[in-house]
Ligand binder design. Structure first.
Ligand SMILES: [Zn+2]
Length: 226
């Protein structure tokens, strides 16, 4: 079975790759997601401050159903002090080996947000560890075909572009679900970025990704050359 693991810093980060995820799901891929923090720092309305983690968990659950996630893991680390350590790396190694993904999608290394940046570091370290013949008490080593990084706030020259024109109605629904997070400016950012990436390949909407610089894309396996 082909599987995808999306590794998020916040409960709404899967918005960035929801079109690609939906395309993969329609082709028979099983989707899994792990979210490192509850996102206590993110609320569009100040009145939501004390209940934001609960609100985000409900929104995440609704959105995950719309995307068609098979299983989600909410680790609920405190986002204000999220730093790579032995415990969070081992927890992620265990999940990566349980899912045994062909494709892994993680936050972008050039993002401006510290939670995304730290999640990128934790994810990269955990994937590299999960691929090695070590820490075997957490499962068998994995061999993903590609590790991609999504984009949102800091667009750079992408390595991969995916036409998501057919998936745009789903993304509009998701934008509606994430009302506690996404004001009009955020919605505009998502839409215009996907339109701009679409223009690069002559379609209406697209999502762009970079490959992780430490984890080479296994083009030999992807093209069936070995
Ligand atoms: Zn985020």
């Amino acid at each position: 079975m082909n599987t995808v693991l999306f590794i998020s810093g916040h409960p709404d980060d899967h918005m960035t790759g929801a079109g690609f995820l939906n395309k993969l799901r329609k082709k028979g891929y099983e989707l899994f997601e792990v979210v490192l923090t509850g996102g206590s720092g993110g609320y569009a309305n100040p009145e939501d401050k004390d209940k934001i983690v609960d609100i985000r968990e409900k929104e995440f659950s609704e959105a995950s159903n719309l995307i068609g996630m098979k299983k989600t893991y909410l680790l609920n680390y405190d986002e204000h002090c999220l730093l790579m350590n032995k415990d969070n790396v081992e927890a992620l190694v265990k999940i990566i080996r349980e899912v045994n993904p062909n494709i892994i999608i993680i936050p972008n290394r050039d993002d401006y947000h510290e939670t995304h940046l730290e999640t990128n570091r934790i994810a990269t370290k955990s994937i590299r560890t999960a691929m090695k013949e070590r820490k075997l008490e957490f499962g068998k080593p994995v061999s993903p075909l590609m590790v991609l990084e999504w984009e949102h706030s800091v667009p750079k020259q992408p390595d991969l572009i995916v036409d998501i024109t057919d998936e745009w109605p789903l993304k509009e629904k998701l934008l509606e679900v994430y009302k506690s997070q996404l004001n009009d400016v955020e919605v505009q950012k998502t839409k215009s970025l996907n339109q701009y990436r679409g223009a690069m390949i002559g379609v209406k909407y697209a999502e762009a990704f970079k490959t992780n610089r430490f984890l080479p894309l296994r083009i030999d396996k992807i093209l069936g050359l070995i």
